[in-house]
Structures are given as structure tokens and as C-alpha cells.
Write a protein that binds this ligand. Structure first.
Ligand SMILES: [Zn+2]
Length: 469
């Protein structure tokens, strides 16, 4: 099957932008793109060829599909709680709710969360799942099943925590696992699901949760496991000043120095947040090729701070974007994080801090680099996978901006004419095509009801308790 998008503006992220041109797709790959009318051998067969689907892109902007590099899909079921809390207060309030989750909660939450991502132009998402209550079904598999149904490229991270309160950590002992169990389950997850191929729809990541919930031994053993298996490493780092204090008090080191000591800097690692970095920290990330996932809405919601993104970019450190879990970033559309990033950086550093093009690059190529997939996705180029967002720029309230990339980043996310993942249509005219959009949304609402019911069964008293934490 071939697909030809014609008469479309193209912001390929790599190479020059095209005011009006075409993208030619065969199977799951981009074969050619360029200005004007398609000039490719296969097209000689003409529009009468039943194997060629033609899409008129008039009025649309094509960009690479957006890449989300930090999320906790299960949190769809716990949105709107602990609304005015700091990160540590928020976590302490919510651990007790999350302890009650089961595979049904995860499946429903992931269906809604991934559907929502696709509806904001996202074609690849990671998911950091780090709470695995015993006897509650296969939570890791539940997220994977949802991703397969939605049709999004998925990088689930097998997260973990082994440092409960009795060992100086933040989470209650009830939500942590034993080190040996974690390593066995993580190895099993990689063996069962990880697909290293070029077209891979699923790659597994190894991801102890954070310095304040995972032991040093879990961190080093996880790094060794990931490197033996050839998969990537992810964790939360330097999100808040509370974490800085915790690391200094417990380990005598600030977060990045602690990670360096644990062999956790390198081109196979990306950190979520990386808000509170010193000049030396930024230098270490740049020198080692360590990436980070900037999650501005979540950082804003929790009052965590503003990451030094424009300085990191200037010094050569890779940055991608993430929406973060829906409990700290309610209904955040990934496309909107480009704007949020741009505004935060300019508010902190002035209007030259970040351009619209740079923001688009963070959301696409920067994300692909975090996931180790810059050869396959993140730009529109011949030979790369056909992961494409087609933004409709000509609606009735069309932006009065002549530059479509500016309109995409400075304005609210425009409607989507189409989202392709490996050439397959996942969204068309603003609607999910792979699954029932209503059913995905309802599954998310049901997951919330179920989680709160399960939490109450376990003695969690009432939702208002976490509101007034
Ligand atoms: Zn997170």
C-alpha cells in the first residue's frame, strides 16, 4: 500500500521547510518528499492505481509525529487530587491511592491516556510504570495491550521502587518491591516484549523510579541489567529542591553527582525533569550524551521550577518533551507542551531564549534521541518511518499567522487532519480511527471510579482527604 500526501506545507525538522509539496509513503516508510507535485517513479501509475491512497493536504502542515518521553499512564485514574501540594506532599498523598490499582485500572487509564496523546499529534510514547502491587494482575501487560489497540509506538519503562519509609525512602513500604523480585520481573519484561527492530512498535526501558524511592543497589543493578540486554535507562531526577536536600542529606551528593557515582550517566540514559541543574551538571549531561524529558506543565502544576532548557540546548545536552503523568498534568496535550516550553523559557531568559522551530524540534527529534530512535523517527526524511502529524491550519478560526510553524507552537494546538504511525492512520479528522474514541474515554473514567473504590476498600477514607492534604 502506498500513500501520497499532496499540496501540503511540510516542516520536516531536518532539511528545508516546504511551502507546498508532497510526502510519498510506501508501507511503513517515507520514500520521498519535496516541493511541488510528486516526482517519484511509482506515481506514474497514476491516481487510478488502487494501491495508491491520495490525501489532499491543502491547508495542512505536516510535521514529524510528536514523541512523548515521560508519562505515567495509570495516573489518568487519579487526576485532580492533591491540587495544591508540592511533589513530595502529592506523592505521599497519592501512593496510598495508587497502591490499590490493578490491571483493569491500568488498562482503562492507558487506553484513555494513549488515545488522548494520539489526539494531540503524538505517535510515540514512553510510559514509566513503577508501582506493582502484588496479586493485582499483569499491570505491565495491560499498558502494552492498550498501546497495541490505539496503534501508537510504545516504549514502556518497567519502573520500580525498593526504598520504602523503613529504609529512609519516601514511599510507604506497602508500595515497594524487593530488589530480587524487581530485577527478575524487569528482565522478564524485556525478554517478553522488547523489539529492537527498525520498525519496532515496542521497546522496553529499565526505570527505577527516583533517588528518593530506589536504593543505590537497585540503580546500579538496573543499569547493569539494561546494558546487558541492550535497552535504555530512565528515572526521575532533579525535579525539586526537596530532592536536592534529600540527596545531600542521604548520600552527601546532589542528584546528578549521585547518578554519576552510580554509573547512570551516558547516551543510553534520559532523565525526567532535570529542573535543578548546576552549570557543572549541565556540562556532565552534555559531555556524556545523557538526555532529559522536559515536562513544563507538570513542573508548573507542582511548583517545581523551570528547567534550564535553553542553556542545556546551547551547551549540547539533548532535551525532549513529556506530558508527565495525568495526576500532575491533567489532560495536557503533548502539542501544547511546545508552547508551554517556549513561554517558560522566554519568561525566564527573554524572547530570544527559544524559537518555534526549536520547540518543534524538542517535541520530535529531541524526543526520538531520548528514546534512541533518531535514525527511525523524529524527522520527515526518506527512509524514516512514516510517523506524521497533519495539522489543519485552515479552519474557520484559522490563525492569522502566515507562518504555520509559528501558529502551531505559539497558538493552541490546531485540529488534526490525520495522524499516521508507520503509515497507518490512527487519527483522521480529529477522531481516533483504530478504536472507538468514546469507548477509550469511558474506559478512563471507569478506571478512575474503580481505583477510588479499590482505594476506599483498603481504608483510604475519601477523596477530599487528598484535596486538603
Ligand atoms: Zn514523572
Amino acid at each position: 500500500m502506498s500513500l501520497l500526501i499532496e499540496n501540503v506545507a511540510i516542516a520536516p525538522v531536518a532539511g528545508p521547510e516546504i511551502e507546498s509539496g508532497y510526502i510519498w509513503i510506501e508501507g511503513d516508510r517515507i520514500v520521498a518528499l519535496g516541493p511541488g507535485a510528486a516526482d517519484v517513479p511509482g506515481l506514474a501509475r497514476g491516481s487510478g492505481d488502487p494501491d495508491v491512497v491520495r490525501v489532499d493536504g491543502t491547508g495542512c502542515l505536516a510535521t514529524p509525529g510528536l514523541v512523548n518521553t515521560h508519562h505515567h499512564l495509570y495516573q489518568w485514574a487519579s487526576q485532580g487530587l492533591a491540587q495544591d501540594a508540592t511533589l513530595f506532599e502529592w506523592l505521599v498523598a497519592l501512593y496510598q491511592v495508587w497502591a490499590a490499582m490493578d490491571a483493569d485500572v491500568v488498562k482503562g487509564a492507558a487506553s484513555a491516556g494513549l488515545g488522548w496523546l494520539a489526539l494531540s499529534g503524538c505517535t510515540t510514547s514512553s510510559d514509566h510504570h513503577y508501582i506493582f502491587p502484588k496479586g493485582r494482575g499483569d499491570l505491565f501487560a495491560a499498558g502494552i495491550e492498550a498501546a497495541r489497540e490505539i496503534g501508537i509506538r510504545f516504549h514502556p519503562a518497567r519502573g520500580s521502587m525498593d526504598r520504602g519509609q523503613s529504609h529512609g525512602g519516601l514511599p510507604p513500604d506497602a508500595v515497594v518491591e524487593e530488589l530480587d523480585d524487581i530485577l527478575a520481573a524487569t528482565a522478564e519484561a524485556v525478554d517478553a516484549y522488547h523489539d529492537p527492530s527498525f520498525s519496532s512498535m515496542l521497546r522496553v526501558v529499565v526505570a527505577p523510579c527516583s533517588p528518593f524511592s530506589s536504593s543505590a543497589e537497585l540503580m546500579t543493578e538496573s543499569a547493569a541489567l539494561a546494558r546487558a540486554k541492550g535497552v535504555r535507562l530512565h528515572t526521575h531526577l532533579a525535579e525539586t529542591l526537596d530532592e536536592d536536600e534529600h540527596c545531600l542529606a542521604q548520600f552527601g551528593l546532589r542528584p546528578v553527582d549521585y547518578m554519576e557515582k552510580l554509573d547512570w550517566l551516558g547516551p543510553d540514559v534520559w532523565f525526567a525533569h532535570a529542573v535543578h541543574l548546576s552549570d557543572a551538571d549541565i556540562g556532565k549531561l552534555a559531555a556524556t550524551g545523557t538526555g532529559s524529558a522536559h515536562c513544563p506543565s507538570s513542573n508548573g502544576r507542582l511548583g517545581a521550577g523551570i528547567a534550564r532548557v535553553s542553556e542545556m540546548l546551547r551547551r549540547g545536552a539533548n532535551v525532549g518533551l513529556g506530558v508527565d503523568g495525568s495526576a500532575s498534568s491533567e489532560l495536557t496535550p503533548l502539542a501544547g507542551e511546545m508552547r508551554q516550553t517556549l513561554l517558560f523559557q522566554r519568561a525566564r531568559y527573554g524572547p530570544a531564549a527559544l524559537t518555534a522551530r526549536q520547540a518543534l524540534e524538542l517535541a520530535t527529534l529531541g524526543g526520538a534521541r531520548n528514546l534512541g530512535r533518531e535514525a527511525e523517527i523524529g524527522t520527515l526524511e526518506p527512509g524514516k518511518l512514516a510517523d506524521i502529524a497533519l495539522w489543519r491550519m485552515d479552519g474557520p478560526f484559522t490563525s492569522a499567522v502566515a507562518d504555520p510553524v509559528c501558529a502551531l507552537v505559539f497558538g493552541p494546538p490546531p485540529p488534526l487532519a490525520r495522524v499516521l504511525v508507520g503509515g497507518r492512520t490512527v487519527v483522521e479528522d480529529g477522531e481516533l480511527k483504530t478504536v472507538s474514541q468514546d469507548a477509550a474515554g469511558r474506559a478512563g473514567a471507569e478506571a478512575r471510579r474503580r481505583l477510588l473504590r479499590l482505594a476506599e476498600d483498603r481504608g483510604f477514607r475519601a477523596v477530599k482527604e487528598v484535596h486538603h492534604h
